[in-house]
Design a protein around this ligand. Structure first.
Ligand code: PEP
Ligand code: MN
Length: 337
């Protein structure tokens, strides 16, 4: 349920409405716009007397929200959310460009790639320390040692770290050591993990599940937000379809669909979406043109020898060219990298 207040309702009046709502055992989320304030009610709202609310002199109107996602719903929060990551912003007029290897392999590898992508204008460093591999015989990541190497690369370049968590038992560790906690596609519906990261205030990069609908994806965002963490960044990374030419099928339409349904920022991963390095550039450009708030791109200094996802990784030199191109696409609608 949403309560739209009349313009110029004072802080005291808002507080008295919120204290009136306490009797219904629902939580109230206040979203202040330039002239209008909205109170979003979450929980079992069936007992809320909407007619009584409608007669309150400060209430413009009361609306029932039929979608199951509430806190992530644009109706609850009409302005775009801008997520603050250690001072860097995701959402808003500047694109987030997250670049780096699929996996952290060595100090030399992660630090050299970090320097290269930083020089080209990347705003975040990615690198997997805990890898969700289809085969138990494949490289599983350097785990905690990988996190240490990411910290070294950050100390040298200043780039904030984005890296994937796979288990709730590492939440405290990630909270301390990384800037953005990534929830991978395979864990999008790992509800225990979502609840645990929801207890932190860390920005969460929530990838879309391999075969998840947009509504299921927003419900996963809702788990994190319901726990008290509003800092969710969505990431479209391709979905399973019947097509076999690409690793996944990038759902470009998810970008404007999400922008309509939700206030959360959305970025795109053209590397995992396609699985093929020469497709990264056209789909990165398409994503920005469709309104994505940024991209996450796999960059490796020697893709042929990468321990994971070499075929979709681009070199630092190709990334440098790509940055110039996406900056031009961003400029078309008044944005920049
Ligand atoms: C990754 O970013 O390295 C990754 C495993 O991505 P996804 O969860 O989208 O497959
Ligand atoms: Mn990868």
């Amino acid at each position: 349920m949403i309560i739209v207040l009349k313009p110029k309702t004072t802080k005291n009046d808002i507080e008295s409405i919120i204290s009136f709502l306490k009797q219904y055992n629902v939580s109230s989320d206040v979203s202040k716009g330039v002239d209008t304030t909205i109170i979003g009610l979450v929980g079992d709202t069936s007992s809320v007397n909407s007619e009584a609310l409608q007669t309150n002199p400060h209430v413009e109107r009361v609306m029932i929200v039929t979608e199951p996602f509430k806190k992530s719903n644009r109706k609850f929060h009409p302005q775009n959310s801008v997520i603050d990551v250690s001072g860097a912003k995701v959402g808003g007029k500047s694109l987030a460009v997250i670049a780096g290897p699929c996996s952290v392999e060595s100090e030399e590898q992660i630090c050299s790639i970090a320097h290269d992508v930083k020089a080209s204008g990347a705003t975040f460093l990615r690198g997997g320390a805990f890898k969700p591999r289809t085969s138990p015989y494949s490289f599983q990541g350097l785990e905690v040692q990988g996190l240490e190497l990411l910290k070294k690369a950050k100390a040298q370049t200043g780039l904030p770290i984005v890296t994937e968590i796979m288990s709730p038992r590492f939440v405290e560790h990630f909270e301390r050591d990384v800037d953005v906690i990534q929830i991978g596609a395979r864990n999008m519906q790992n509800f225990d993990l979502l609840k645990e990261v929801g207890k932190t205030k860390k920005p969460i990069l929530l990838k879309r599940g391999l075969s998840s609908t947009i509504e299921e994806w927003l419900m996963s965002a809702e788990y994190i937000m319901a726990g008290g963490n509003p800092n969710v960044i969505l990431c479209e990374r391709g979905i399973r379809t019947f097509e076999t030419q690409t690793r996944n099928t990038l759902d470009i339409s998810a970008i404007p669909v999400i922008k309509r349904l939700s206030h959360l920022p959305i970025i795109v991963d053209p590397s995992h979406a396609t699985g093929i390095s020469h497709l990264v550039e056209p789909l990165a450009k398409a994503s920005i043109a469709a309104g994505a708030d940024g991209v996450i791109i796999e960059v490796h200094n020697n893709p042929a020898c990468a321990m994971c996802d070499g075929p979709q990784s681009i070199t630092p030199a190709v990334f440098d060219q790509l940055m110039k191109k996406i900056a031009a696409y961003a400029a078309i609608d008044g944005r920049k990298v």
